[in-house]
Design a protein around this ligand. Structure first.
Ligand SMILES: *Cc1c(COP(=O)(O)O)cnc(C)c1O
Length: 221
């Protein structure tokens, strides 16, 4: 019998294809990042076996514990850090991850610039924007976003590829997806990391290139 996550993965993939086509987009323009945080290697293996390449984790320490071994068996795997990154974990993060979706402050940009200058692999950087201006949430506040994006490029010599957001839970996400898409366009950033289990289809309609789906694949956490 296939694992529940295998069937769920197939269902999410087909919903992504439908949402992309409905939006007049190429299905291949949307990358599914399977968010495996809190799940252990035995839970992740059935999904890896379905040729799932991109996975998201929100903690460096947790990812370090389970992924290096899995990656030896599935070397095509790409790991995305989708949670907050402490500056003292930057070196570890760069070793393990292929993309960081949570670049959100000058101290982190500075630390990343230093480590990336010596790194031997390309890392995709997404700037996280706090589109709802929520006090407790990570991400650069909206009114500081233009300045921070410019500083990443000019002062910190980084080459961000896109923007990321997590809309406020109590609000309709569409407005936030639209804000993020406009900001990305204004700055010539091509990639948009937005949309989770509850709203990835709406995110695709607004241009998401990376949807981060966890519980709809792996189950409740
Ligand atoms: C956990 C998490 C997700 C996945 O959320 P689901 O609702 O389980 O799909 C996506 N993005 C971030 C930043 C997360 O922390």
């Amino acid at each position: 019998m296939p694992a529940a996550s295998t069937l769920a993965l197939h269902s999410i993939r087909s919903r992504i294809v439908h949402a992309a086509k409905a939006a007049g987009r190429e299905p291949g323009s949307v990358t599914l990042v399977a968010v495996s945080k809190t799940f252990s290697a035995p839970d992740i293996l059935p999904v890896l076996a379905e040729n799932q390449i991109d996975f998201g984790e929100n903690r460096v320490q947790e990812a370090k514990g389970k992924w290096p071994e899995l990656v030896t068996h599935y070397p095509a795997t790409k790991l995305h850090l989708i949670g907050p990154l402490q500056t003292n974990k930057v070196a570890d993060a760069i070793k393990l991850f292929d993309a960081i979706h949570s670049l959100d402050r000058p101290s982190l940009a500075l630390a990343l610039g230093k480590v990336l200058a010596k790194a031997d692999k390309p890392i995709e950087l997404f700037i996280q924007v706090n589109t709802g201006d929520e006090a407790q949430k990570a991400g650069v506040h909206l009114q500081e976003a233009d300045g921070f994006i410019d500083a990443c490029r000019e002062a910190y010599k980084l080459a961000p590829v896109g923007l990321m957001c997590i809309p406020p839970v109590a609000e309709a996400p569409e407005r936030h997806f639209e804000i993020l898409a406009r900001l990305a366009e204004k700055h010539g950033l091509k990639k948009l990391s937005m949309g989770m289990s509850a709203d990835f289809e709406a995110a695709i309609a607004h241009g998401a290139t990376h949807v981060r789906v966890g519980s709809s694949i792996f189950g409740a956490r």
